[in-house]
Each structure stands twice: as structure tokens, then as C-alpha cells.
Write a protein that binds this ligand. Structure first.
Ligand SMILES: C[S@@+](CC[C@H](N)C(=O)[O-])C[C@H]1O[C@@H](n2cnc3c(N)ncnc32)[C@H](O)[C@@H]1O
Length: 254
């Protein structure tokens, strides 16, 4: 009887550890654990995910540029950029003439991203910096578009993170985010379709579209209400100034 109880306790403990560290990638254990796990995981991340640049240009950067037309030089923020999946998809798009800032808290993930930027010669299109998504170090209405892919559920407070993204988006600017299709394994962390619609409406976002994207994620598009007002170059310079850029040479003051 005692052995049976011990086996049940061990199995439950094993399941709990698997769920907390593997299935939910530390999301219920706080920011430090999430970032430490991504630091460990960084070297394998791209191999596991198998992202394809051409597919990402087709399904991410093309539709984003289409929504921003006639502007071809948007200033874009990629929140929780990880190993830099999204910024190269913008930089490698022949129509793109703008700039992407990718921020993340994992130094190792950013180092992999920096290698990609160097290998693709994208330095004039992309700046990488180590910052917390929960406190974006940017003024209000600083970006023409904000992206946050496969990351909301790992941030300490997904709702507050979305408020921050809406804050730094200019009126008429475009938000691109993702939500998980299967919400059962991450209760309270990943909004479903009706919750994200409600939340975005409360943040003054319009033209909300939610569509299936990958096997496990839906893609969410929204536009910030208000008159279209593209940013001037002074705003860009102000935003870029003072960022501590991560490059393959290390961290440099911009
Ligand atoms: C699943 S990865 C997604 C990366 C990338 N957006 C992509 O699509 O491949 C989640 C990322 O969120 C980052 N992250 C987690 N918490 C963060 C925080 N508070 N601030 C900034 N980045 C954070 C992690 O370091 C990790 O790189």
C-alpha cells in the first residue's frame, strides 16, 4: 500500500515538474525562470521550430506591409523577438525600407538573433536590445507596427503586456500578435478568441481579425483607432538613442 502511494506521489510530482518546466516553459514560475529556460534553450530553438524565412515573408511581412500601405518605411517593434524570427522576415522583404527593433530578456536568444542579423547583412534594418516586455522603454505612439509572436503566454501578465504594446503603437498603427489554439494546458495565460477581441477593443483597437496560422497558433491583426499619422524621423532617432544594442560583438550603446 505504501509503495503504491509512493509511486502515485512520484508520478504526480514528475507530471507537475514536466508541466511547469517543459509544457508551459516556466510561465507559472515567474519571469526569471522563463528567461533562464530560454537562455538554456536558445542553441536548439531554431532547430526545433524549423522556421522558414520565405514562408515568414509570405505570411508575416507581406500582409503587414500590405496593411501599412502606402507607407513602405515603417518603424516596427518586435516584442519578445527571441532568436530573431520576425525581424529578418521584414528585412529580407524587397519592399521593406523601414527598421525593426527586436527586444527580448534572454541574452542567449538575442545572441542567436544577432548572428542572424550579421549573416544576412541586415544591420541597417534591425536593432536588437535586451528589455522587458512588461515595461517598454519607449514613448507613447512611437511605432507604426508592433509584433509579438508566440510569446504572450510566457510574459508575466499578458494583458498588461498588450496594454504596453497598444501604448507604444501610433494611431492607425498595426498590431500583429498570436494566441494559442489549445488553451487547456495554460489556463489563465493564453486568451481565447473572444477574450482577445474584448481585450483589444478595450485598448481602442479596431479592425480585429483572428485567423488560424500555424498548427498551434492563431494570428491576430488589429489597428489602433485614430487618424493615420506616420512617424517623423525625429521620433525614430529619439527611440533608437539610448538603446543598449545586442550585436555579435556584445552589448553596445547605440
Ligand atoms: C516562444 S519564444 C518566441 C520568440 C519569437 N517571437 C518567435 O516567434 O520565435 C518566447 C520569448 O519570450 C521571451 N520573453 C519571456 N519573457 C519576457 C519578458 N518579460 N520580456 C521580454 N521577453 C520575454 C523569451 O526570452 C523568449 O525568447
Amino acid at each position: 500500500m505504501n509503495i503504491l502511494l509512493l509511486i502515485v506521489v512520484l508520478l504526480l510530482t514528475g507530471f507537475l515538474i514536466w508541466w511547469l518546466l517543459i509544457e508551459t516553459e516556466g510561465a507559472y514560475l515567474g519571469r526569471r525562470v522563463v528567461v533562464a529556460l530560454y537562455d538554456i534553450y536558445a542553441g536548439r530553438y531554431d532547430r526545433v521550430k524549423q522556421f522558414d524565412l520565405r514562408t515568414d515573408i509570405l505570411l508575416l511581412s507581406q500582409p503587414l506591409l500590405q496593411r501599412l500601405l502606402p507607407q513602405l518605411d515603417p518603424f516596427i517593434l518586435d516584442v519578445a523577438t527571441g532568436t530573431g524570427r520576425f525581424p529578418p522576415a521584414m528585412a529580407a522583404n524587397a519592399r521593406f525600407q523601414g527598421h525593426v527593433i527586436g527586444i527580448d530578456l534572454s541574452r542567449r536568444m538575442l545572441e542567436v538573433a544577432a548572428e542572424k542579423v550579421a549573416a544576412g547583412h541586415y544591420a541597417s534594418f534591425i536593432t536588437l536590445a535586451r528589455h522587458d516586455a512588461m515595461r517598454l522603454p519607449f514613448p507613447d505612439s512611437a511605432f507604426d507596427a508592433v509584433a509579438c509572436l508566440e510569446a504572450l503566454e510566457f510574459l508575466p501578465d499578458p494583458e498588461r503586456a498588450l496594454c504596453e504594446m497598444a501604448r507604444v503603437l501610433r494611431p492607425g498603427g498595426v498590431l500583429l500578435a498570436t494566441i494559442r489554439i489549445d488553451t487547456r494546458w495554460m489556463p489563465g495565460r493564453t486568451p481565447n478568441e473572444s477574450e482577445i477581441r474584448q481585450l483589444l477593443e478595450s485598448l481602442d483597437m479596431t479592425a480585429i481579425e483572428v485567423e488560424k496560422w500555424q498548427s498551434d497558433y492563431k494570428r491576430v491583426w488589429a489597428k489602433k483607432a485614430g487618424a493615420v499619422d506616420p512617424l517623423g524621423s525625429a521620433t525614430r532617432e529619439r527611440v533608437l538613442r539610448g538603446l543598449c544594442e545586442v550585436t555579435i560583438k556584445g552589448v553596445e550603446q547605440v
